[in-house]
Design a binder for this molecule. Structure first.
Ligand SMILES: C[S@@+](CC[C@H](N)C(=O)[O-])C[C@H]1O[C@@H](n2cnc3c(N)ncnc32)[C@H](O)[C@@H]1O
Length: 257
């Protein structure tokens, strides 16, 4: 497990991820390094370049494509809007270079993944961390999947927000008969789908125990509901936001009489 100072060295740029998230990214990097001498990395949603840094700095990573629809006010499953205006691709490149990272292996695309020109490039690792709505995450996955090699990994950030997209992705892969393993990192917002031969990898060698799928889905549902109540519901009595409330599990009701 990398120490805090090792993590700081791999992530010299501010990133919207926790220490546990960063440890997960480094563990995936180690797993890939054990499987092949080199790999190619696709990132959807790069912001300041924080999550690009450990891959730019890894000599085994031979090419990176960063896709980011810049300058948007993003909807989010929490029922809030997040303003990303003001950060451009150029400002990200400047920060990466200021951090001493060469950007020669990095190409960028300003726009959503479904506007990417057709290409033969294929990737070993993808990170979906753009707009955190189920619909956008599902779209990003649908377009990323054909760009992946048969044995590859697709990671997700803010997994508890886009858990419904993850459920649909799992259904799609099952229906298509594609071998895969889903892993949700414990105490972290990172999760990943291991495709093809990598689905048979001994994940215990790289990650601490993951979260049970059903527990992850149930706690995510509750968390998304809580966020929506806090962000969108006001009391009819005083117009104030609700700060104290209880969310009950769904009650069975007779569907017909
Ligand atoms: C949560 S931030 C990414 C954080 C980054 N991965 C990190 O760890 O530091 C989300 C990014 O997604 C970008 N974005 C918004 N809509 C997008 C879309 N449709 N496709 C790709 N990126 C998008 C935003 O501009 C923002 O830079």
């Amino acid at each position: 497990m990398p120490t805090i100072s090792e993590i700081a060295a791999h992530f010299p740029i501010e990133s919207q991820s926790s220490v546990r998230d960063k440890q997960f990214l480094l563990a995936v990097r180690r797993l890939l390094g054990d499987c092949a001498p080199s790999y190619d990395y696709l990132e959807v949603g790069s912001f300041l370049g924080g999550s690009l840094a450990p891959f730019l700095g890894d000599s085994a990573c031979q090419s990176i494509l960063s896709i980011d629809e810049r300058g948007k006010i993003l909807p989010d499953e929490r029922g809030a809007l997040f303003d990303y205006a003001g950060i451009t691709t150029q400002s990200m490149l400047d920060r990466l270079r200021q951090a001493g990272l060469a950007t020669t292996k990095l190409t960028t695309h300003d726009g959503p993944i479904d506007t990417l020109p057709p290409s033969d490039r294929r990737f070993d690792l993808a990170f979906i961390d753009g707009e955190h709505t189920d619909q956008a995450c599902f779209r990003d996955f649908l377009w990323a999947l054909p760009m992946m090699k048969a044995d590859s990994i697709i990671m997700f950030h803010d997994s508890s927000l886009i858990y419904k997209a993850i459920r649909m992705i799992a259904l799609l892969l099952r229906k298509d008969g594609r071998p895969f393993t889903f892993f949700k990192n414990g105490d972290s917002e990172m999760s990943a789908i291991f495709l093809g031969g990598l689905s048979r990898c001994d994940l215990g060698l790289y990650f601490e125990a993951g979260e049970e799928c059903d527990d992850f889905y149930a706690s995510s549902e509750l968390s998304v509901l809580e966020h929506n109540v806090r962000n969108r519901v006001r009391s009819d009595d005083d117009g104030e936001r609700l700060t104290s409330f209880t969310i009950d599990p769904p009650k069975p009701e007779k569907a017909y009489y």
